[in-house]
Design a protein around this ligand. Sequence first.
Ligand SMILES: [Zn+2]
Ligand SMILES: [Zn+2]
Length: 216
Amino acid sequence: MYNLHTHSLLSDGVLLPSEVAVRYAALGYKAIAITDHADYSNIETIIKGILEFSRHWPKDSKVKVLSGIELTHLPLEQFKPLAKFARQKGIKVIVAHGETLVEPVIKGTNRAALAADIDILAHPGLISDSEVKLAKAKNIFLEITTRTGHCDTNPHVVEQALKFGANLSINTDSHIPEDIIPPEQVINIAQRAGLNSEEIKRIFERTARFLDRRTI
Ligand SMILES: [Zn+2]
Ligand SMILES: [Zn+2]
């Protein structure tokens, strides 16, 4: 079981990266990415912190921790340069904060993020056909989320991804201890979004292959 979208107090989460890791390990997760919110104001600080943390996290720990970032509420032209910057610095998982319906995300964010070098488009809201095709062509994961509000459009995202063959990633987007939920609950939410057990299994197998590529 993996989770590629979590927050720590490097942005608006309440836990230290180490407590985030320890709590996921206790629930049996094998790998997580810590992906704090970034824009031009804080990206260098976050990257420095999370790289330092992940480098020192014991290699034999029950849970692997990948360095990540979530490019959030950016003016559209900033997705490409900031994704490139994060990649060059060695960040393993680049998430973009997509067009959820519960926040005033700038229109066009899904497309601008998909045009950049990102790994996951988080909570993409009512993502369009052409955006899903772009995600598929660029091998970018579309996210199914357990997060309240963002999760309202899960059924739409599942339907679109299955229709066009785009890859999905199932994540918690956790900010506080209560968001760090057991794998069974995550699977339950994925099933309610319209995925069957076989599809969920395949999603996690694909996630495992992505993690292998990122941790070499
Ligand atoms: Zn987000
Ligand atoms: Zn997030």
